[in-house]
Write a protein that binds this ligand. Structure first.
Ligand SMILES: Cc1cc2nc3c(=O)[nH]c(=O)nc-3n(C[C@H](O)[C@H](O)[C@H](O)COP(=O)(O)O)c2cc1C
Length: 331
């Protein structure tokens, strides 16, 4: 079944996406975020907000997949509840990208493969000539898309990129090339690589790109509320939006409009935090404790008044008992 030229592999997902179209609903997506959008966090987003959005998982190294790196392979694992789910890979060699994508598709059966063409981190751009550096090498970027399309993986191949490396005009040339190469969907973070995360995401520029494309476009950058979602869709005229930092510590952002208006209370936050911590422990192993969960923990309580002193305790929790003890003090 095809939607906007995208092939969907799973029957239930087709029905779901078709119902979004019939109801003229935009595509809402969770942005890929390294070290954050792991399986426990994605499952918590589903638990809180249901199935109305697409999950883009954290980026995965194509090279590490080919090497059979255990930790990287584990990053591809997901539960059925996480569907529709897209696995994002990074790399620069078209053949290796295909090899890695084939392993992922055969082993895990995701609903899509996304190519990272926007990551600005030097380890990715300089060492691997991947991520954002592909915006400086259009030929290589196009060859990666073509190679993945030619591999006939049976699922959509999408690209996530930025407005450009140094200039926000670059995307006007780059995006149509990706479309011609066969990309099924493009997500654009409305900043350049040089900007990093500074300034504001340029939604007007994304609108200009939209006018050049036939394939669906997902707009991304600085969407932190229901109002932002509506405003971004209106300005960009994109088929969908993608939320990154605005979802961290706030899976409620994916609830539909009416529910979003209902403010979740502190007891609801505590319940979700405990569930998330439990999933985290199960996924990474009780023996490692909650050390790697602390980054999520603080975000759940961001902006809450009277939490300053308790933050010092939150950043020290190691066990679920520690966590319960601190949560008891939060009112
Ligand atoms: C902690 C963190 C990790 C990220 N990791 C990835 C990644 O793995 N792949 C990717 O394409 N973008 C990554 N991004 C970029 C986000 O997907 C998104 O484009 C960016 O944060 C802007 O959207 P936002 O304003 O909604 O956060 C990351 C961003 C953050 C904050």
């Amino acid at each position: 079944m095809y939607y906007y030229g995208i092939y969907y592999s799973n029957d239930k997902i087709i029905k779901q996406i078709m119902s979004w179209i019939q109801n003229k609903k935009p595509i809402i997506a969770l942005a890929p975020m390294a070290d954050m959008t792991d399986s426990p966090f994605c499952r918590i987003c589903r638990e809180v907000a249901g199935k109305n959005f697409v999950i883009f998982r954290e980026m995965i190294s194509a090279e590490a997949i080919i090497r059979g790196n255990e930790k990287t392979l584990k990053m591809c694992e997901f539960e059925e509840i996480e569907r529709p789910i897209v696995i994002q890979i990074f790399g620069s060699d078209p053949n290796k990208m295909v090899q890695a994508a084939k392993i992922i598709v055969e082993k895990y059966h995701p609903d899509g493969i996304d190519i990272n063409m926007g990551c600005p981190v030097p380890k990715i751009t300089k060492k691997n000539l991947a991520g954002a550096s592909l915006m400086q090498d259009h030929e290589r970027a196009v060859n990666i898309v073509k190679a993945l399309k030619n591999a006939n993986l049976g699922i959509p191949i999408s690209v996530k990129t930025r407005l450009g490396w140094g200039s926000d005009e670059e995307i006007l040339e780059f995006a149509p090339k990706l479309e011609r190469a066969g990309a099924d969907l493009i997500s654009i973070h409305g900043r350049t690589k040089i900007q990093g995360y500074s300034g504001k995401a340029n939604w007007e520029k994304i609108r200009k790109v939209k006018k050049l494309l036939k394939i669906p476009l997902i707009a991304n950058g600085d969407i932190n509320s229901k109002e932002d979602i509506e405003k971004c869709l209106k300005i960009t005229q994109a088929e969908g939006i993608m939320i990154g930092r605005g979802a961290l510590g706030n899976p409620w952002i994916f609830l539909n409009n009416k529910e979003l208006q209902t403010k979740h209370n502190i007891n609801e936050i505590k319940k979700v935090v405990l569930n998330h911590a439990q999933l985290h422990l199960e996924h990474y192993g009780e023996q490692f404790g909650l050390k790697t969960f602390r980054k999520h923990l603080l975000l759940y309580f961001k902006g809450l008044s009277g939490i300053k002193d308790l933050k010092k305790e939150l950043v020290k929790v190691n066990t679920k008992e520690d966590l319960k003890n601190v949560l008891q003090k939060i009112r």
